[in-house]
Design a protein around this ligand. Sequence first.
Ligand SMILES: Nc1ncnc2c1ncn2[C@@H]1O[C@H](COP(=O)(O)OP(=O)(O)O)[C@@H](O)[C@H]1O
Ligand SMILES: [Mg+2]
Length: 234
Amino acid sequence: MLELLGVEKTFGAVRAVDGLSLTIRRGEVFGLLGKNGAGKTTTIKLLTLQLKPTAGQILFDGRPIPGNEIFIKSLLGVVPQHLNFDQDLTVEENLELHARLHRLPKLERRERIDELLKFVELEKVRLSFVRELSGGMKRRLLIVRALIHRPQILFLDEPTVALDPQVRRKIWELITDLKTQGITIVLTTHYIEEAEALCDRVAILNRGRLAALDTTENLCAGHSLEETFIALTK
Ligand SMILES: Nc1ncnc2c1ncn2[C@@H]1O[C@H](COP(=O)(O)OP(=O)(O)O)[C@@H](O)[C@H]1O
Ligand SMILES: [Mg+2]
């Protein structure tokens, strides 16, 4: 469904992504695992059309990005690494704003917002300001905001950073639920246990390069994923 061919992104002298070639399959949970600075966020930004590659090609169902931007954007949901809500709006207003940006008709907006708030158990805080929510609630809101327009592929950049273990488990359950709904999921993490718990396949990135790509079982074969990760990202 998603193909990267020799994708490269440089910022001045920094090669954030250095010749990345890989394929992400429909319906899988695909993990980008790497240390801080490995190029995970830059890769996500390239795949979600927030940055343009310096070289290489990205194809969605065989279509290159240039010339197909509007269509491709309609397929994507993006959960950024950093919270970017308007904290002075309510939960409902934030979702409403996003739904309008995606041009959902009024009736459908209301139904979709009801459904999503129920899905992440945020109905009770519907009228609260975002700034009043706990960290875990904000994360859940960030995820459903990205689902408003029923994307086919959801990108999550470090979805559980700085969350306590209970809240992390909740987010993991949410991601697993989304997979069963048939959504393709691409997530980044620097937590090995997160990749092991959620991903069908994992790409290990090291300094912008692909160090390994396989199923979590194969990457763990003979040793732990942690050992493989440490060996490949020295
Ligand atoms: N806008 C930018 N300008 C300059 N350098 C950047 C920019 N964005 C990322 N980088 C650099 O690219 C490298 C990869 O960063 P990033 O993709 O954020 O890594 P990760 O998400 O894996 O921590 C880092 O060395 C980072 O400093
Ligand atoms: Mg990052």
